[in-house]
Design a binder for this molecule. Structure first.
Ligand code: PMP
Length: 453
């Protein structure tokens, strides 16, 4: 009853993100009521393993009292302090400093946002300001990668390369360009790492030439493309792209909103290839989803150029909730948890997850298995030899999602038949094994479903 009345209220009033409003009205909401560790409970009392950590964000897992205490303490003492007018709060200053200590290279300056989209949006503003400060206003063109995701702000959605974020919205802008993805499973140059890296470098070079060599402001990448279907570039790709941008005086932005905070193993995926971007965006695992927060990291030279360019003039970029003290207090506590065992557990659990998913390769529906750490995907096909994708419609994905749910597993089912995994880093071996077993069961049932094949 409780749930039924909520379904009606939801249908009547709550607009859901990235949804077909009409199919949502038809199917109704599924209400979650509580969670602990890696397990979520729905309104019917059903318990499920959350194989996607909410939206790739609850890296620490649910129900940590110490996080709740940190937020409550901060709310009692000082629930809000603006960072405008030269004011500040202790948790925000400490979190910026702790993050700068751990960030790659000289990413020493941190600008806090409310999430990933406004972090990306902020980088675009900072980058325009930077080139103006350098006396190069003509450097106003931006490049990102097909299948990439950089948020849902108007500007970020244009850098995003997923059709649903453009169609009907008048995006992308004419200053937003794309190069093909490294997507190894479906790359016209094949899956050899060297060929893929060469192809991306050539594509970037020709794009820059087509735009005009002195026009490109920045190049945006995700260390692993998340929302495009967990596309893992070959080793050396990130570094090659970074070096190329340095040689061409183009700012290199690493969007670590998904990959940050232990998702691939270390605190930041960039450090796996010793890459130091000019700017880096994070969110999600920063507060493990307990409260909203994102962060832009800025290298010394970017910060200094912007600061000198403005001189005594205020740089007109800020949000009411920039550097929110409660979010920062949560961020500090979450960071402690990562370093007191969670990152290590994530590495162990990630190896087991990858092994488990690899064991599904023998399944008739599984075309590809890929991932790193606790970020993984399997790509379903109707024909393994020709790599024929599942029917391109949201319906099969929804049916697979529903079936996994019935089997006690939350996964991400992308419309193109890719199943995404990003479990909390606290998962036990038993939970990881259950994720794999429940996936196999779901695939076996899917094989019997004529509408999906
Ligand atoms: N960048 C990347 C790489 C992301 O994956 C996301 C969110 N999935 C964003 C930006 C946007 O973050 P948010 O949804 O917190 O606005």
């Amino acid at each position: 009853m409780y749930s039924n009345s909520l379904i009606e209220l939801d249908r009547a009033h709550l607009i859901h993100p990235v949804a077909s409003y009409r199919s949502h009205e038809k199917h109704g909401v599924r209400v979650l009521t509580s969670a602990k560790g890696a397990t979520v409970t729905d309104a019917s009392g059903k318990q499920l393993i959350d194989g996607f950590a909410g939206l790739w964000c609850v890296n620490a897992g649910y129900g940590h009292d110490s996080i709740v205490e940190a937020a409550a303490r901060q709310m009692r003492e000082l629930p809000y302090a603006t960072a405008y007018f030269g004011l500040g709060s202790e948790p925000a200053i400490r979190l910026a400093s702790e993050l700068a200590d751990r960030a790659p290279g000289d990413l020493n300056h941190v600008y806090f946002t409310l999430g990933g989209s406004d972090a990306v949006d902020s980088t675009v503003r900072f980058i325009r300001y930077y080139w103006n400060a350098r006396g190069r206003p003509e450097r106003d063109q931006f490049i990102s990668v097909e299948q990439g995701y950089h948020g849902s702000s108007t500007v970020g959605a244009g850098l995003t390369a997923l059709p649903a974020f453009h169609a009907g919205f008048g995006l992308p802008f004419d200053w937003q360009h794309k190069i093909p993805s490294h997507y190894a499973y479906r790359n016209p140059v094949g899956d050899s790492p060297q060929a893929i890296i060469e192809a991306s470098l050539t594509a970037l070079k020709s794009k820059i030439e087509a735009i005009g060599p002195d026009r490109v402001a920045a190049f945006y990448v995700e260390p692993i493309q998340g929302s495009g279907g967990v596309l893992v570039p070959p080793k050396g790709w990130l570094r090659a792209m970074r070096e190329f941008c340095r040689e061409h005086d183009i700012l290199f932005v690493a969007d670590e909103v998904i990959t940050g905070f232990g998702r691939t193993g270390p605190l930041f995926a960039c450090s796996e290839e010793e890459v130091v971007p000019d700017l880096m965006t994070t969110a999600k695992g920063l507060t493990s989803g307990y409260v909203p927060m994102g962060a832009v990291f800025m290298a010394d030279h970017v910060y200094e150029t912007i600061a000198d360019g403005a001189g005594a003039t205020a740089i007109g970029h800020g949000f009411t909730y920039s550097a929110h003290p409660v979010s920062a207090a949560v961020g500090l506590e979450v960071l402690k948890l990562y370093e007191n065992g969670l990152l290590d557990n994530g590495v162990k659990a990630g190896k087991r997850l990858m092994q488990g998913l690899e064991s599904l390769r023998d399944h008739p529906l599984v075309g590809d298995v890929r991932g790193r750490g606790m970020l993984a995907a399997i790509e379903l096909v109707v024909d393994k030899v020709n790599r024929t994708p599942l029917p391109a419609s949201a319906e099969p994905a929804r049916r697979i999602f529903d079936r996994a749910w019935e089997n006690g597993l939350v996964i991400r089912a992308f419309a193109n038949g890719v199943l995404g995994y990003a479990p909390p880093l606290c998962c036990t071996e038993t939970e990881i094994d259950a994720i794999v077993d429940r996936t196999r069961l779901t695939l076996d049932e899917t094989l019997e479903d004529p509408d999906v094949r």
